[in-house]
Design a protein around this ligand. Structure first.
Ligand code: SF4
Ligand code: SF4
Length: 309
């Protein structure tokens, strides 16, 4: 079975990858980010972002990387976009908030009411460190405490903090709500930490995670698992229906995964610059799909916003 054909709805979210530099190098990372990557979006493209948000009435700017906070223009971009009154998401790895030179970042994010979506693949230290690196869990806990102290996930503060779970191995994630309840109970009991929602994501069998599965001899088995659990009901809500993903060079893709696989979007012109010049009717454009897309529709579905059903 090949993946069914799907078309775009109205554009709501602009997801921008600011670059591949990251203070971590996790084994499941689908962008192969690390401290040694140098790719960064240039100033010209950064300046097009607020213009495009206005032009296409975009509701959400979703910033990702690497560690997006490591881009030298991260703060100026957020300051500009904050004036437009739309939702801004920072996909934050948490540990960056404890790195030298980023001590004021958490306060800056709170001041600008930036929604934080942060990876924490388990509430147990050994599982997080195995997937994300030594001492990542302890640093993440410290950062979550800092965010709570600034008002994140606290009632009536308007500061949203969501956590992201993805499985450590070649299996589908469990039901989102059930796991969220367990996370809330365990993080409160063990560390007095609050958060808003848990977003449950399936791992995509691409890049570093694909290599990891290959080494374990589980790649084909995992791909089959995704395909065998395909659920047509998830097709209407896959994230590519209302999101454009932009890479660090300003090229457009249907999602972050296609970006990593260099599968171009059929939107023409295919760049941030082109999007800013022409008023393109996005609705109805066919989405570029391939076999990895079963990672979005298997079981309860998976997207940057968590499970789909
Ligand atoms: S923190 Fe995120 S971007 Fe950085 S290496 Fe890990 S998964 Fe990749
Ligand atoms: S992998 Fe990308 S293009 Fe494929 S269904 Fe998921 S979001 Fe859409």
């Amino acid at each position: 079975m090949s993946f069914p054909s799907i078309k775009r709805n109205a554009l709501e979210t602009l997801q921008v990858n600011l670059g591949y530099k990251c203070n971590q190098a996790c084994i499941h990372c689908h962008v192969d980010a690390s401290p040694f990557r140098e790719e960064m979006m240039n100033e010209h493209n950064i300046k097009l972002i607020p213009k495009i948000i206005n032009q296409y009435l975009i509701k959400t700017l979703d910033l990702t990387g690497g560690a997006p906070e490591m881009h030298p223009l991260f703060k100026s971009l957020i300051t500009e976009v904050s004036k437009l009154g739309i939702e801004i998401i920072d996909r934050c790895n948490l540990t960056i908030l404890k790195e030298k030179g980023y001590e004021d970042m958490a306060k800056f994010l709170a001041h600008n009411k930036v929604r934080i979506i942060a990876s924490l693949p388990c509430y147990l230290e050994e599982n997080v460190d195995a997937q994300r690196g030594k001492s990542v869990f302890q640093k993440s806990i410290e950062s979550l405490k800092l965010l709570n102290s600034l008002g994140y996930a606290k009632k009536d503060k308007g500061l949203k903090l969501d956590l992201v779970y993805n499985p450590t191995g070649a299996n589908l994630p469990p039901p989102q709500k059930q796991l969220e309840d367990t996370y809330k109970y365990e993080l409160k009991k063990r560390y007095d930490i609050d958060f808003n929602n848990l977003l449950v994501l399936a791992n995509m069998p691409i890049k570093r995670f694909s290599n990891f599965l290959k080494k374990e001899g589980k790649l084909e088995e995992y791909k089959l698992l995704l395909r065998n659990n395909h659920n047509d009901a998830n097709l209407n809500s896959v994230m590519c229906k209302n999101t454009i993903s932009v890479d660090w060079e300003g090229k457009l893709f249907d999602c972050d995964f296609n970006q990593q696989l260099s599968i171009s979007s059929k939107i023409k012109p295919n760049t941030l610059e082109g999007l800013s010049k022409d008023a393109i009717n996005i609705r109805g454009i066919e989405i570029s799909v391939d076999n990895h897309c079963f990672g979005c529709t298997a079981g309860n579905g998976s997207s940057c916003g968590g499970a789909l059903t």
